[in-house]
Design a protein around this ligand. Structure first.
Ligand code: 5GP
Length: 189
């Protein structure tokens, strides 16, 4: 069986960039890895591609998948949108010896760890809440209302980060170091 890795952290902490770097490190080491693509009821941001960043589906379709038992975990995020991990993106890969990476929120992690005690939980955060707010604003993808909701959720997540066995601080310009730390954690588990 491959390892199940959960990467969480507040919106704007740079999880996506770190995960891309982590995939590179896997490639360089010729190790098998699969990044799970979640389904969501939120709309795509500019440049996001259906089936690559997320499966963008309607709320109705999302709830049908919930009913059909297609999700390993799912959650309604602070913005009121649904996000969920599809079983089809996880189980087969794990049994084929792939490490599977989930980039999900803290509620999702709690559900995963309930079923897979061996899952490795890693929380990625910024040096401070101020840095986080700045990054979210610099990204320029969210409305003011959305930024406020994301910051409120971020505060809550940061207050609960100790449920993760590993916490990684993503400092500006040190993406490679952060990704390498995560790779080393995975391989030492
Ligand atoms: P964003 O809208 O910024 O892409 O994602 C918002 C939050 O939802 C992030 O914290 C992200 O990690 C989380 N998220 C993304 N996919 C999933 C998922 O499948 N399940 C859960 N529980 N959270 C997810």
């Amino acid at each position: 069986m491959g390892k199940l890795i959960v990467i969480s952290g507040p919106s704007g902490a740079g999880k996506g960039t770190i995960v891309q770097e982590l995939l590179e490190i896997y490639k360089e080491n010729k190790q098998k890895v699969h990044l799970s693509v979640s389904a969501t009821s939120r709309s795509p941001r500019e440049g996001e591609i259906d089936g690559i960043n997320y499966y963008f589906i309607s709320e109705q379709e999302f709830l049908e998948k919930v009913k059909d038992g297609d999700f390993l975990e799912y959650n309604m995020y602070g913005t009121g949108k649904y996000y969920g991990t599809l079983k089809s993106h996880v189980l087969k890969y794990l049994s084929d010896e792939y490490d599977v990476i989930l980039e999900i929120d803290i509620n999702g992690y709690k559900q995963v760890i309930g079923n897979y005690q061996d899952a490795i939980g890693i929380f990625v955060t910024t040096p401070s809440l101020e840095v986080l707010e700045q990054r979210l604003r610099d990204r320029g993808t969210e409305t003011e209302e959305n930024i406020k909701k994301r910051l409120a959720t971020a505060k809550e997540e940061m207050a609960n980060k100790n449920i993760y066995p590993y916490i990684i601080i993503n400092e500006d310009g040190k993406v490679r170091e952060a990704a390498q730390k995560i790779y080393d954690i995975i391989k030492s588990n």
